[in-house]
Design a protein around this ligand. Structure first.
Ligand SMILES: Cc1ncc(COP(=O)(O)O)c(C=O)c1O
Length: 394
């Protein structure tokens, strides 16, 4: 059966992580699991906090009518209330349960909100380097992705964003802490971006929405704070999840938090609930919703990721690699010693090290290391990292 030509094209565009995954599988069969250093996937390896298991047990034992049944498409009120209370404290903006819609992860949240906001041909500004799936999500909703580069240190380039805004711009999508760079946008730049969007919305006569994709907001280092966007920007929406903060990506649990001050808040909320349904998600999974209701403010041991970050950064810096030290998330985006990042990633594969070329994230000249791996993988890969760099430095 012929598949859609468009999807055929998408399959080849999205093939890097898949290629690395397959490559990894082959190498593991050939050399054994412990001799392959797989940094290709952002699959959290720090265990969920013990309270997750405790609540899972309790929720499984609870006798509740219609426990596994359909529910309101926005999710359970108790869960939404718990998240709203948590966000009210964290964001400094008063939310009620109505502003929170439970979704199938941050990916589900983004697909829902883009479907809510976009008419065919509307533009979404995406900042490079970016999470690979954004372009597909925007396309799912009939939108057009406009890619805008960040500065050399991966901070926001407000001039470039301003230049990219057109009468068709509907959404600016940000991700902080960032995948693949680990950058956290500071408060001043978020405020400046909010001011820019407010001004452009006024002059253009059409609201531009700031959508903040924040699944890594709890994974930050060195006392860095992720500034709340709801207080900074009236027309803003958070898409988030517990995939990384509680190491639960397989449970597909996340949410949308809609700024109570957003224009036509009631309609946006109703539309998001409808889109959650008609995209086929229907509602976020039932049992895990009940679990996370009791886990607000709980997160994985971030210290473990900090240790891995430092182990990796210290080793690579000593070897001569160049990079910006990540402030959050669990990715390191490293400059390749040659322009062609794909060739360098292939050289690393020869050392049985699996990473992803920056080109796959709209960041050529770099490669991404996902350091959510055992410490031993980081330590044992160092020889290979050194060898590959030496090969291109002569
Ligand atoms: C930046 C970013 N956004 C969204 C997602 C999707 O997260 P979830 O598993 O919660 O759907 C990921 C997953 O890796 C991500 O890195």
């Amino acid at each position: 059966m012929a598949i859609s030509a468009k999807i055929q094209g998408f399959m080849s565009q999205s093939s890097w992580i898949r290629k690395m995954f397959e490559e990894g599988d082959n190498l593991k069969k050939q050399y054994g699991k412990d001799s392959v250093f797989d940094f290709s996937l952002g699959n959290p390896n720090v265990e969920p906090p013990p309270k997750v298991k405790e609540l899972l047990r309790r929720v499984a034992d609870d006798i509740v009518p219609n426990k596994h049944g359909y529910m309101p498409n926005a999710g359970y009120t108790e869960t939404r209330e718990a998240i709203a209370a948590y966000l009210t404290g964290a964001q400094g903006v008063s939310l009620s349960y109505k502003h929170v819609i439970m979704t199938c992860g941050a990916g589900g949240a983004l697909n829902v909100i883009l479907k809510v906001l976009l008419d065919p041909g509307d533009e979404v500004i995406v900042l490079a380097p970016f999470f690979v799936e954004y372009r597909f999500y925007v396309d799912n909703a009939g939108g057009i992705t406009r890619i805008v580069k960040t500065n050399d240190d991966f901070s926001l380039d407000l001039n470039a964003i301003e230049k990219a805004i057109t009468e068709k711009t509907k959404v600016v999508l940000i991700n902080s802490p960032n995948n693949p760079t680990g950058k956290v946008y500071d408060e001043a730049s978020i405020k400046a971006l909010a001011a820019l969007l407010s001004e452009k919305s006024k002059t253009g006569g059409k609201d531009i929405c700031l959508v903040s994709d924040e699944p890594y907001s709890d994974i930050v280092y060195d006392d860095i704070k992720v500034p709340g966007i709801l207080a900074a920007c009236k027309n803003s929406i958070i898409a988030s999840s517990y995939s990384k903060s509680l190491s639960l990506p397989g449970e597909r649990i996340g949410y949308l938090a809609i700024n109570p001050a957003i224009s036509d808040a009631g309609t946006v909320i109703d539309a998001a609930i409808l889109c959650n349904r008609i995209l086929g998600f229907v509602n976020a999974p039932a049992l895990i919703q009940r679990v996370i209701a009791g886990l607000q403010g709980v997160r994985v041991d971030v210290e473990e990721y900090r240790r891995k970050r430092d182990l990796l950064c210290d080793g690579l810096a000593a070897a001569g690699y160049r990079f910006n030290k990540p402030e959050g998330a669990f990715y390191l985006f490293v400059k390749t010693p040659i322009e062609d990042d794909v060739s360098f990633v292939k050289a690393l594969v020869k050392e049985r090290i699996l990473t992803v070329p920056g080109s796959g994230f709209g960041g050529p000249g770099y490669f991404r290391i996902a350091y959510c791996v055992d410490d031993a993988t980081i330590v044992n890969a160092m020889d290979g990292f050194r060898k590959a760099l030496r090969e291109f430095s002569q």
